[in-house]
Design a protein around this ligand. Sequence first.
Ligand code: NCD
Length: 328
Amino acid sequence: MDQVLAKVFPTSTASFTHLRSPHVLSANDLSLDVVDELCEIATDFATGRADSHRNAGRAVALLFFQASTRTRLGFEVAAHRLGCQPVGMQDMSSSRSNKRTGESLEDCAAVVSRLCDAIVVRHHESGAARRMASRSRKPVINAGDGWNEHPTQALIDVFAMRRGLRAIRGASIGFGGDPRGRTVRSLVQLLSQEGPREVVFCPPAHVPVPEDVTAALMHRQIRVRIVSDVEVLLAHCDAVMMAPYDMSDIGEAASSGFVSPRTSPDAYVVTPEKIARTNSKALLYHPLPRQDEIHPDCDDLPNAMYFEQVRLSKYMRMAVLDRALALT
Ligand code: NCD
């Protein structure tokens, strides 16, 4: 039982009334009603108010063509908690969609959707989840596709921020690190409907904030600012979502052996000293994994929300799976 969450979110009568498509491919498809409903269902799971075995016996395919810790284990745990059977391969290079045989993603989806009740896919190519959905008979959940999107992480981020801030509406939200990643693109889409007062980016000097990212905010009259020192985010924002300074591995297959550079310039690194110097109350979030952009000495400060975000992720993943399975 999560008593704190039970207080923050009132009892829900969520019954998937707003949910239409069974797929979760892009944050763009998730209206505010859908996000509200998923947050309510996640809260119900967190507080023990929802029956977590209503999908007993169903099989959830976990197809991870790209490295993952939280998302892979999170969906596996969520499937178990729903009474489902998670199935998948430790290494997708042992599937027939490997480089050698080259079975297409479309054929893979056509096959797996005749064996399983839902497909969770992570892939290094943008658009991979949508390609699978085009031939799948069962819901496809995008667990990150290349540089494109990571909609379930965005749902987790909004769930955690709503809880931490009480309301995102009117808040100032900061983004530190590379703004081109899939987590940022998906989260900005969802944030734009939450009505923050402003969104402040602190991107690497050589990386412009993508136009589609700023456009989503400006379209809703949300002020966008760009700064060049993370201390500005700490001093002015209510919540700061950090990301690695260098995200160049995001389009890499699990087997590529690519090694990310690990040093960020000092102006992009959050440290306890900077938090103290700016007297920052900003709540710190991160989809993780981090490189060096949040110093580990921050982990026990009241600002640090990123591991709590992981704990909450389990309930949101349960909600996403539950919703997808209910719609099939
Ligand atoms: C992502 C990862 O592990 O790749 N994190 C996550 O799913 N929680 C980060 C990302 O997609 O950029």
